[in-house]
Design a protein around this ligand. Sequence first.
Ligand code: FAD
Length: 235
Amino acid sequence: MYTIIDKTPLSHNVSRMEILAPPVARKALPGQFVILRLDETGERFPLTLCDWSAAEGWIRLVLQVVGRSTRKLSLMEAGEGILDLVGPLGRPAEICAGEHVVCVGGGVGIAAIHPICRALREAGNRVTGIIGARTDDLLILEEEMTAVIGIGPVNALDLALRKALMVFYPSIKEMRLTDYKVRVLESNSTTAAKVRVLIETTDEKSTWTTVGVSNDIIEASLIALVDSIEYKLLK
Ligand SMILES: Cc1cc2nc3c(=O)[nH]c(=O)nc-3n(C[C@H](O)[C@H](O)[C@H](O)COP(=O)(O)OP(=O)(O)OC[C@H]3O[C@@H](n4cnc5c(N)ncnc54)[C@H](O)[C@@H]3O)c2cc1C
């Protein structure tokens, strides 16, 4: 059995699911998929690997309800189990380096390009993501795509730090930011409020969180980023 550990509805007929499947998570590469069979009488059907954590043993799938099996899966909840799950299958996406790559995804297809965009960026490409959908509610994973493609000053800071340090400390290349959260502390003091930035990083062997606090969001991000790199180097 493969246990569903989390389920999040993304729109009226699209859901995201995290499933415990350590052997798949260990070997997954961008562009690959899994085949599921929900129970003894179920049909086999493929879904693309949207994300995974080798350290924690989970895979993330995004499914759109179109027929019987996808409907049945969409009605399952965290804690329930899937009978069969085979993968990773299919030829992984080709990841070049030093290019400008444009990735285009529509609707549930955005989930499929998500890990490809991330791998392309980590390989040192400039990545432009174009996502779209028939209607607003079908436009999914906007934040996740922004995070993997990297926009804005915090991302520029992260890239600059890595670029400068990677020459001396090649192990930094194994690091990947998996989450970035900002919380405003003392919210009644408006512009003078302090912000707390929480950064989650993984190197596929473990995951760690670092925190930065400052009046300036960029400085708070820098503190958290530097701590994250130091932790990796001292590990
Ligand atoms: C490699 C690969 C990766 C994929 N990755 C993803 C993914 O990440 N996310 C995702 O959501 N999907 C993905 N898909 C598509 C997904 O596999 C299909 O949507 C799924 O197999 C449909 O199974 P089902 O049993 O729900 O639908 P089925 O019952 O097989 O129905 C499929 C289609 O036939 C129509 N249909 C069914 N019965 C009838 C009938 N009696 N009369 C008329 N029409 C009918 C349905 O409306 C539907 O349009 C992927 C497909 C492939 C090949």
